[in-house]
Write a protein that binds this ligand. Structure first.
Ligand code: NAD
Ligand code: AHE
Ligand code: ZN
Length: 374
């Protein structure tokens, strides 16, 4: 198949708000510094649903969504040295070129090299590698994993230990790594720190996992869904609060529970009111609120500036602050050595033909992660 167009199945989003259509797509060969991957498994993340809904200002159609994928390298274009045919890989929506201002800064995992074209749904040369019904189909987040084959930039993929099952490693491509990294790399939780996590989905549960590993003090989980308490405790939460069942604001409750406020709080809901409550639950003088949730276009956060004047900090991160090519292989090793949980997150499985059902399942309260077998 090397050098040839591959015809395979992909789930195409033809327009905002429409169901995905599983149909034939042509996947062109990788050009210089590009990699064609046979995708075996992909997770479905709320960010895919967000872009499909039409609320993402960067959303463009028709497109192949999906950014939580694992597979095997089928072929590589010229000048690709970082991966080779047969490598087991995870796609990276946060690339790592190791030479741009961002990568060289030592201050962020964001990479600037291909961000502009990635946001337009194009490969770095400004064109697309997908065609269906005679039309060009756009890429998504530089990954497009809802396809049996995809093409990505060589800086947007990392080889990992082939012993690790790909239906698990795919989840390290977004949700699990995002929460775990937010706790351990972005917040750098220290032993004894009191933390509060708003939202116990895949991302929030992964923050709990990171906090527990760093031996945080109180690990308080805040969720409006009572059935999340059992999940939260399984991952190491010490306390669970349902804010709808309190007689006082959640901020007052958390400040009382932690003798003045939390050292770190995490928004894993994408709700801007929650983001405010999370900031205002931080300890005066030093507490930091980490924004992880993605809020729709037009949504804004607000608080009294006094909250910041008195030392609370609003921070945010993408992909947990994790540098994909440098740090993801280590997370896969940690999984293989039972140092981080991954299997436990999988609550639903679907074939690619039922990907719309996977989206429905994701939006139900009992789904942590749905894995699609492509
Ligand atoms: P999820 O829907 O599975 O989990 C969200 C949880 O929040 C649910 O348990 C829900 O009951 C709870 N919740 C909703 N409203 C609440 C409220 N007002 N107060 C308390 N709890 C509330 O979602 P997820 O997959 O864990 O993702 C969480 C968010 O993170 C999404 O917005 C997603 O788009 C975003 N995300 C961001 C990144 C990043 O890199 N920054 C990566 C992955 C996901
Ligand atoms: N296009 C959206 C941005 C959405 C967003 O913030 N995406 C996160 C990853 S979410 C993964 O589930 C991200 O990586 N952001 C950093 C970046 O460079 O996009 C919008 O709202 O405009
Ligand atoms: Zn995601």
């Amino acid at each position: 198949t090397e050098g040839k167009i591959i015809t395979c199945k992909a789930a195409i989003a033809w327009g905002p708000g429409e169901e995905l259509s599983v149909e034939d797509v042509e996947v062109l060969p990788p050009r210089a510094h590009e990699v064609r991957i046979k995708i075996y498994y992909t997770g479905v993340c709320h960010t895919d649903a967000y872009t499909l809904s039409g609320k993402d200002p960067e959303g463009a159609f028709p497109v192949i969504l999906g950014h939580e994928g694992a597979g095997i390298v089928e072929s590589v274009g010229e000048d690709v040295t970082s991966v080779k045919v047969g490598d087991h890989v995870v796609a990276l929506y946060t690339p790592e070129c190791r030479e741009c201002k961002f990568c060289m800064s030592g201050k962020t995992n964001l990479c600037g090299k291909i961000r502009a074209t990635q946001g337009q749904g194009l490969m770095p040369d400004g064109t697309t590698r997908f065609r269906a019904r005679g039309k060009d189909i756009l890429h998504f987040m530089g990954t497009s994993t809802f396809s049996q084959y995809t093409v990505v930039a060589d800086i947007s993929v990392v080889a990992v230990n082939a012993q690790a099952p790909m239906d698990r490693t795919c989840l390290l491509g977004c949700g699990i790594t995002t929460g775990y990294g937010a706790a351990t790399i972005t917040a750098k939780i220290q032993s004894g720190d009191n933390v509060a996590i708003f939202g116990a989905g895949c991302v929030g549960l992964s923050v709990i996992q990171g906090a527990a590993q760093k031996k945080a003090g109180k690990i308080i989980v805040v969720d409006v869904n009572d059935s999340k308490e059992e999940w939260a405790r399984k991952f190491g939460a010490t306390d669970f609060v349902n804010p709808t069942k309190l007689s006082r604001p959640i901020t007052d409750e958390l400040i009382a529970m932690t003798d003045g406020g939390c050292d770190y709080t995490f928004d894993c809901t994408g709700n801007v009111q929650v983001m405010r409550a999370a900031l205002e639950s931080c300890h005066k003088g030093w507490g930091e609120c980490i924004i992880i949730g993605v809020a729709a276009a037009g949504q804004e956060i607000s608080t009294r500036p006094f909250q910041l004047v008195t030392g609370r900090v609003w921070r945010g991160c993408a992909f947990g602050g994790v540098k994909g090519r440098t740090q993801l292989p280590g997370l896969v090793e940690d999984y293989l050595q039972d140092k981080i949980k991954v299997d436990e997150f999988i609550t639903h499985r679907f074939p690619l033909t039922e990907i719309n059902t996977a989206f429905t399942a994701m939006k139900s309260g009992d789904c942590i992660r749905a894995v699609v077998d492509t």
